[in-house]
Write a protein that binds this ligand. Structure first.
Ligand code: HGY
Ligand code: MN
Ligand code: MN
Length: 420
């Protein structure tokens, strides 16, 4: 890099107002409860968000591609087309009662990096890409992190295509219906590196008054699908001692699972967020309940052992209530360490920008976990108010988003090289 190029790179800053305005425009799609968003993957709202994002990418001169998983990959050519692509992004889908920043910030920050380079007339040696990974949240189609898992080769084509929503809709059909089932193959696009900016979704940065988190690892996760089977019965005529009440058994399991999580130490997480009795009548004793246990831990062996204990506890509680429980593992994402070189680049960038930063692990899962299986990867965290996320009140300040985005800009430039 010439001295002039280095000087330019030192003075480049992202456009905070544009980055914020894009967040607010995106938040108008699928608005719930005033400040929240509901854009479940492959829904009409997801399609609308994708169209808005694609329009911005095309205005920025990027070439839009999509693949079998519906991932959107917008490419800015580099001076040397033979070089692998430096990629950044996250996801535009949300939880049913999600916020305006989870995932969205990472996609918009990646786009803002490209537009900042456009504004300054900067060409890079390696191509850059901005990505929206499909179905990170796993609300309608489980598991989550699906688009990135397929792209990383962790799920095969047939399995991906045939994943079903509870209403029977097929993943491949829904991806085609909203117009984003494309034909790019991961082998068509060798990746140099992947960076994901994300709100922290926890309170650590805000409490410490530190604007940037440099993420060094992501803890592991398992989802267990639990099916509890008893017998449907009449609430007025069936004596309490002969019932096989699957709902009562499942409720007792929730209490037991919480106790197991607490006993496994401060790093363990055991949660049930989805819980569905098969019948929904006030006077029917439910004969079947399905729920999902979300189990997380930074240590792979502890995670495996805890997940075994959870499954065994469900079976034992079910038997105590005259029911049966089957626990099936739906997804396993191992704990992942990020690439030391990419982490160091982010630290250098924060230092160059005189931004205080903290190295930290991630409690939430991210598409970056899947990418890190094959590609040098790291993440930037931005503080969010009160650590609240998966909540309509989720909030990140414009200045913090821009600070994190400036770190992303420098890291991507360092990786891609400035031409000239
Ligand atoms: O569940 C997660 O950690 C992510 O928010 N999908
Ligand atoms: Mn999320
Ligand atoms: Mn997210």
């Amino acid at each position: 890099m010439t001295a002039a190029a280095r000087r330019l790179s030192n003075t480049l800053r992202v456009n905070e107002a544009r980055l914020w305005d894009r967040h607010m425009q995106m938040a108008r799609i699928g608005t719930v409860c005033g400040t929240g968003c509901r854009r479940v993957a492959l829904s009409d709202e997801d399609a609308e968000a994708r169209a808005l994002f694609a329009g911005w990418c095309i205005e920025a001169g990027l070439t839009m591609h999509s693949d079998r998983a519906g991932n959107m990959i917008a490419i800015r050519p580099g001076r040397d087309p033979s070089r692998p692509v430096v990629v950044a992004g996250s996801h535009l889908d949300t939880q049913p009662h999600g916020g305006r920043f989870d995932g969205v910030s990472g996609v918009l920050a990646a786009l803002e990096v490209v537009e900042t380079l456009n504004d300054a007339g900067v060409e890079t040696e390696a191509p850059l890409a901005v990505v929206n990974w499909t179905n990170e949240e796993g609300v309608r189609f489980a598991p989550g992190l699906l688009g990135s898992a397929w792209f990383a080769g962790l799920i095969d084509d047939a399995t991906l295509d045939d994943i079903r929503a509870p209403d029977g809709a097929r993943f491949a059909d829904e991806a085609a219906r909203i117009g984003w089932r494309g034909d790019l193959r991961p082998t068509d696009l060798p990746l140099d590196s992947f960076f994901e900016l994300h709100i922290e979704q926890g309170p650590v940065l805000e409490r410490a008054g530190v604007p940037v988190g440099v993420v060094t690892s992501v803890q592991g996760l398992r989802w267990l699908d639990v099916a509890v089977t008893g017998m449907d019965a009449h609430a007025g005529t069936t004596p309490l001692d002969v019932r096989r009440d699957a709902l009562l058994a499942a409720a007792a399991m929730l209490v037991e699972l919480n106790a197991l999580g607490r006993a496994a130490g401060p790093d363990a997480r055991v949660s049930v967020g989805r819980f569905q009795p098969a019948t929904d009548g006030p006077s029917t004793i439910a004969g079947r309940v399905d729920f999902v246990i979300d189990i997380r831990h930074p240590d792979a062996a502890t995670l495996a052992a805890l997940s075994e204990r959870c499954a065994a506890a469900c079976r034992a509680v079910a038997a105590h209530h005259g029911c049966e429980a089957q626990a099936t593992m739906r997804i396993e994402v191992p704990p992942r360490d990020f690439d030391a070189g990419c982490v160091a680049l982010l630290e250098d960038a924060a230092q160059d920008l005189a931004l205080p930063y903290r190295r930290m692990p991630s409690g939430a899962l991210h598409d970056a976990s899947n990418l890190a299986a094959n590609v040098p990867t790291a993440m930037i965290f931005v503080p969010c108010r009160d650590g609240i996320s998966h909540n309509v009140d989720e909030y990140a300040a414009p200045g913090d988003l821009a600070a994190g985005c400036n770190v992303l800009l420098r890291a991507m430039l360092a990786r891609a090289g400035m031409a000239g």
